[in-house]
Design a protein around this ligand. Structure first.
Ligand code: 1CP
Length: 365
C-alpha cells in the first residue's frame, strides 16, 4: 500500500510562502517568536449552508458528492467565505466520507438526512474495499486543491483535511451518522481484529490522501476526530491515538514542513496526552474546554485553535461579543488561532460572522 512509504519531500513551497500568510506563519513559529497583533481567524465549516452563494451552487451541482468531485465548483465554494469575510485560511471543500467512497464503499447524501453507506459489519464487507482503487477519486480532489492554490489571495493559507480513522469508521460501520456511534463501538469490542484491519486501511489511505493534498498545494492539514470522545481511555489510545501517531509520523517523514492540526473533539482530559503523543503543531479546542485549561495546559506546547461556541455565534449580542473578547484576552499571551469549537450552524446570520471578524481583527491592544 502506498500509505506507508515515505516519499521525497514536496512541501518546500510551504516554507517559502509562509512570510506573507499570517496563519501559516504562526503555525511555523516557535513559542518564543513575536506574536501577531491579532489572532489569525477561520471557521470550521466556513464553506457551507449558512452562505446563500453556497446554497446556489449546491442547488445546481446535482448532489453533494458531485459538488465535492467537481474541481470548478468545489474551488468556487472554497473561495466564497474568503471573498466575503477575508478569513486567514481557506479549507478545501470536500468531506471526510470521500475516503470510504474512494475505497469502494459508495456514499450517498440523502436530501436533508445526511450521509448513507451500505454498512460494513464483517470481514467479507471489508474485503470488498480496494485501497489500490482510490487514486481516481482522490485525483479529482487534488485537481480542486491545485485550482484553489492558483486562485487564492496571497495572504490566505490553504488547509487540506481528512477525518481521523475512528471517526470515519463510525460511518462505515453504521452506514450513517449515529448519536452515540454504538455500531462501531460494538464491532470494536466484538471483533477487534476486524476493527483493527479497518483502522489500518484508513490510516494508510488517509496518509496517501493527505500527502496527495499537500503535493497539490495544501499548506496545512487538519485531521477531524469528531467522535473520539465516545471511547474509554484504553480504546481511545488504541483506536484514536495510535492511528493519529502513525499519520503524523508518516507525514513528518515525507512532508516535515507542513503543519498538522489535530481535532480530537470533546475528549476533555485526553487532550493533553493526545498533544504529547502525536506532536501535532496545533490543537483544535472544542467548546467544552475551559480557557484556563487551554492557556495553561495546551498553549505552552502547541498553537491552540478555538473555541467559540457556534451557538453563541448564532445568537449574537453582548454575550457573544464578551465571549469573543474573553477568548482573545485569555489566550493573548501565546500562539492562538481564532475559530469555533465546532462547525458553524447553518442558521447563523451572516451579520454575526461579519461582526466576529470585526471583533477579532479589531482586538489589537
Ligand atoms: O447539504 C450539504 O450541502 C451538505 C452539508 C455538508 C457540508 C457543507 C456536509 C455533509 N459536508 C460538508 C463539508 C465539509 N465537511 C467540510 C468542508 C467545508 C468547510 O469546512 O468549510 C469539512 C471539513 C467537513 C468535515 C466533516 N464531515 C466532519 C468533521 C467535522 C465535524 O463537523 O465534526 C464530519 C463528521 C462530516 C460528516 C458529514 N458530512 C456532511 C454531514 C451532514 C455530516 C455529518 C453527518 C452526521 O453525523 O449526521
Amino acid at each position: 500500500m502506498s500509505g506507508g512509504q515515505p516519499q521525497k519531500s514536496t512541501d518546500q513551497s510551504a516554507s517559502k510562502a509562509s512570510s506573507n500568510k499570517p496563519f501559516l506563519k504562526l503555525l511555523k513559529q516557535g513559542p518564543k517568536d513575536p506574536l501577531p497583533a491579532t489572532p489569525p481567524i477561520w471557521m470550521m465549516r466556513q464553506a457551507g449552508r449558512y452562505l446563500p452563494e453556497y446554497r446556489e451552487v449546491r442547488k445546481q451541482a446535482g448532489g453533494f458528492l458531485n459538488l465535492c468531485y467537481n474541481p470548478k465548483n468545489a474551488c468556487e465554494v472554497t473561495l466564497q467565505p474568503i471573498r466575503r469575510y477575508g478569513f486567514d485560511a481557506a479549507i478545501l471543500f470536500s468531506d471526510i466520507l470521500v475516503v470510504p467512497d474512494a475505497l469502494g464503499q459508495p456514499v450517498r447524501f440523502e436530501t436533508g438526512e445526511g450521509p448513507r453507506l451500505d454498512p460494513i459489519t464483517d470481514a467479507a464487507g471489508l474485503a470488498k474495499l480496494d485501497p489500490l482503487k482510490t487514486s481516481k477519486t482522490y485525483s479529482s480532489i487534488y485537481e480542486t486543491v491545485d485550482r484553489i492554490k492558483s486562485e487564492l489571495p496571497d495572504e490566505t493559507t490553504l488547509i487540506g483535511f481528512c477525518g481521523a480513522p475512528f471517526t470515519v469508521a463510525t460511518y462505515m460501520i453504521a452506514g450513517r451518522g449515529t448519536p452515540d456511534q454504538a455500531p462501531a463501538r460494538t464491532l470494536a469490542y466484538r471483533d477487534p481484529d476486524l476493527f483493527q484491519n479497518m483502522i489500518d486501511m484508513l490510516v494508510d489511505s488517509s496518509i496517501e490522501y493527505l500527502r496527495g493534498q499537500i503535493d497539490a498545494g495544501a499548506q496545512v492539514v487538519q485531521v477531524f476526530d469528531s467522535w473520539a470522545s465516545v471511547l474509554p481511555d484504553e480504546e481511545f489510545q488504541k483506536w484514536c491515538l495510535e492511528p493519529m501517531v502513525r499519520i503524523c509520523e508518516a507525514l513528518g517523514q515525507s512532508h516535515p514542513l507542513t503543519p498538522i492540526i489535530g481535532f480530537p473533539r470533546a475528549v476533555g482530559p485526553l487532550y493533553k496526552p493526545y498533544l504529547e503523543k502525536t506532536g501535532v503543531n496545533a490543537i483544535g479546542c472544542d467548546t467544552s474546554l475551559s480557557l484556563s485549561y487551554i492557556r495553561d495546559e495546551l498553549q505552552p506546547h502547541a498553537v491552540v485553535q478555538g473555541n467559540l461556541d457556534p451557538m453563541l455565534l448564532l445568537n449574537g449580542g453582548p454575550q457573544f461579543e464578551n465571549r469573543v473578547r474573553k477568548i482573545i484576552e485569555t489566550l493573548a499571551g501565546g500562539r492562538h488561532i481564532f475559530n469555533l469549537g465546532h462547525g458553524i450552524i447553518k442558521e447563523t446570520p451572516l451579520k454575526n460572522v461579519e461582526r466576529l471578524v470585526e471583533l477579532v481583527r479589531g482586538s489589537a491592544k
